[in-house]
Every structure is written in structure tokens, then in C-alpha cells.
Ligand binder design. Structure first.
Ligand SMILES: Nc1ncnc2c1ncn2[C@@H]1O[C@H](COP(=O)(O)OP(=O)(O)O)[C@@H](O)[C@H]1O
Ligand SMILES: [Mg+2]
Length: 338
């Protein structure tokens, strides 16, 4: 059992509150993604779980056991960080076996685990090479293999793919997801990339300003963003927010005084008939399977995602309706109404 439980975890750096009372429960074998913009506290939280940083208040428990006062090496955790330190003067084999040798594992066990982890990452043919000779993608594989070799209860990955180019990221993302499903590891994976989060997570914890603002399965985070921040951060293009009552009414919704209407770009329907909200297409972007149309209503941008055909011309007038099932309402604090 290696569930992870955070209760009221806070971290203050010289008076600056980097984390404000974080509660998080990750189940045994769950793949949890921490998603949020730069500076929201993701790395700080990971370092606290790993024992590299001490919490100002609160508690971390792994497998039901408090980690208070335990050094990183006593937590059976493995980490892969963004700036993965692969030692250039060691061979790949030595790199992968490093964690086990540090833990004084018998040499036969080290050899066996190195081979196993290397074959999982498809780098068993590179074991004798020096790490300094590897490409970025290969080094990334070595870093992951080194983490897997110790058979950790908990795997912490902090933006592990962010140094790779776009194509390699996609490939590694799918591979890691498949691999981690097969292992009995509980994983927390940090990213600021919402697509990566949506595609990999069992559950996403969305962070903002030192808080977790929503912790749910990807579909719920996408379809029912708990705050305006979440709706704007997740989805490309982001959720539309409409405060003007006349605009809300024109879209076919009964306006609710003081509330903001939130609607995803694909939940707006366009028709040629002159009824609904009349807008002019300003920018049309053809994306293959769909086209994205940007319009403006008053001061605000409105983004619409439409089927690729019939194609929309810039300047063309569209009549918009809100799909009722896609309508969400947010209060003045930006919180979703139940
Ligand atoms: N060692 C530190 N000393 C002072 N401030 C820090 C330290 N580490 C992080 N911070 C601050 O804490 C906040 C969260 O940082 P971090 O956890 O690195 O965010 P993220 O990983 O989400 O980008 C930031 O405002 C950052 O400047
Ligand atoms: Mg970080």
C-alpha cells in the first residue's frame, strides 16, 4: 500500500506563502497530475513529499505512515526532475544502478534491476555507453530507468518531458503512460501543460497561487471547471466568459444577475438563420478537423470551435446559440455554481 496523503501542508519562504494548507489524497497505484502555471508551488510540494524540503506546517503520510523527520532515502520514493542529473562520466548501466548502489543493494540484484529497467525504457543496447554521448531523449530514458530500477512505492516526476522537442514529448508521454499502468507505482506527475495533464492523469489536481483549486478526473475538470481560472487554463482555446446580460439572453440563456456565463468554444453553435447572437468572424483558423473562429462581443473575445465545413470567411456574420448542456455559471468570486 502506498497511498499518499497530505493534510494541511503549508510552506513559507521568508514570509512568502508558497503553499497554503494543501490537502491531497492520492490512492495506491493512482496516477495524479499536478497542473498549474509557473510559480504556483508544484515543485515545492513535490520537494516536501520527497523530504528534500521541510513543510512549515501539516503532514505528509505515505502508505498511512507519517513521513515526519524521515530523510529522502528512507521514504522509498524515486524522482525524475526536469533537469535530470545524468552523470556524464558514468556509463548508462552505472547511471541506472546508481540509486540501488547508494542503497547498498547486493551486486547481483543491481545487475538484474538495471537490465530490467533498461529494457522497459528500450535502452538495454546502450548500457556500456557513456551518458555524455547521448541525445536528450536517450538521457531522459536513462533518468526514468534509474528511477524505476529502485522499484519505488512512489514515483515523483517534475516536468520530466519539458526539455524534449514536441514530437519526442508526445512519444515519451504515451510510452510512460503505458509503462506506469503496468507497474504497481503510485505516481505524482507535475506539468504546466494542460494537454499532457488531460491525456495522462487518472486525476488532475489544478494548482493556483499555492492552493489546489480542483481535484477531479480529467473529464470533470474539463466539463465542470470549479473556478474561472480552471476554465481559462484548461482547454485550447479556453472557456468563454460572458458577463453581459443582453449577450447571455441573445445566446438563448436566461440571464442571471451578477453571474458570469461560462461556455466552451465547441458548445456554441452557429447558424445562418438570423436569430441568436449576431457576431462577425474576425479571425478564422483552419485546423483540419475543425475551424476556430474568433469574434468580439463588446470588449470581450469570443472563441467558437466549428466543424471544418462549411468554411467560414473572415467578416462573415454568424448567429450563435449556446448548447444548454454546455452552460456553466460563475459567481463574482469566480466559483462554479452547483
Ligand atoms: N527556496 C526558495 N526560496 C524562496 N522562495 C522560493 C523557493 N522555492 C520556491 N520559492 C517560491 O515559491 C513559489 C512556488 O515556486 P515553485 O514551487 O518552484 O513553483 P512551480 O514549480 O509551480 O513553478 C514561487 O513564488 C517561488 O519563487
Ligand atoms: Mg517547478
Amino acid at each position: 500500500m502506498s497511498s499518499i496523503s497530505l493534510r494541511g501542508v503549508r510552506k513559507t519562504f521568508k514570509g512568502h506563502e508558497a503553499l497554503q494548507a494543501i490537502d491531497l489524497e492520492v490512492q495506491d497505484r493512482e496516477f495524479c497530475v499536478l497542473l498549474g502555471p509557473s510559480g504556483c508551488g508544484k515543485t515545492t510540494l513535490m520537494r516536501i513529499i520527497a523530504g528534500l524540503e521541510t513543510e512549515t506546517a501539516g503532514e505528509v503520510a505515505i502508505g498511512g505512515r507519517s513521513m515526519k523527520g524521515l530523510a529522502p532515502r528512507d521514504r522509498n520514493i524515486a524522482m525524475v526532475f526536469q533537469n535530470y542529473a545524468v552523470f556524464p562520466h558514468m556509463t548508462i548501466g552505472e547511471n541506472i544502478g546508481f540509486g540501488l548502489r547508494m542503497r547498498k543493494a547486493p551486486e547481483a540484484k543491481v545487475q538484474q534491476q538495471v537490465l530490467r529497467a533498461a529494457s522497459m525504457m528500450h535502452i538495454e543496447h546502450l548500457l556500456e555507453r557513456y551518458a555524455g554521448q547521448l541525445s536528450g531523449g536517450q538521457r531522459q530514458r536513462v533518468a526514468v530507468a534509474r528511477a524505476l530500477a529502485v522499484e519505488p512505492d512512489v514515483l515523483l516526476m517534475d516536468e520530466p518531458l519539458s526539455n524534449l522537442d514536441a514530437l519526442l514529448r508526445l512519444e515519451m508521454r504515451a510510452e510512460l503512460k503505458g509503462l506506469l499502468r503496468e507497474l504497481n507505482t503510485t505516481t505524482i506527475y507535475v506539468t504546466h501543460d494542460q494537454t499532457e495533464a488531460m491525456s495522462m492523469a487518472d486525476r488532475i489536481a489544478v494548482m493556483y497561487g499555492g492552493h489546489i483549486v480542483q481535484y477531479e478526473v480529467p473529464a470533470v475538470v474539463y466539463n465542470h471547471p470549479a473556478t474561472r481560472f480552471v476554465g481559462g487554463f484548461i482547454g485550447n482555446p479556453p472557456m468563454n466568459f460572458i458577463t453581459d446580460a443582453a449577450t447571455q439572453a441573445a445566446l438563448g440563456c436566461t440571464p442571471r444577475p451578477g453571474l458570469t456565463l461560462g461556455i466552451r468554444p465547441e458548445e456554441l453553435q452557429a447558424s445562418a438563420a438570423p436569430s441568436g447572437l449576431a457576431v462577425q468572424a474576425r479571425v478564422v483558423e483552419m485546423l483540419g478537423a475543425s475551424q476556430q473562429v474568433t469574434t468580439r462581443v463588446g470588449e470581450e473575445l469570443l472563441r467558437i470551435s466549428l466543424a471544418a465545413q462549411p468554411s467560414v470567411r473572415p467578416g462573415q456574420t454568424l448567429y450563435l446559440h449556446a448548447q444548454p448542456s454546455g452552460v456553466r455559471w460563475y459567481d463574482t468570486e469566480g466559483h462554479l455554481l452547483a
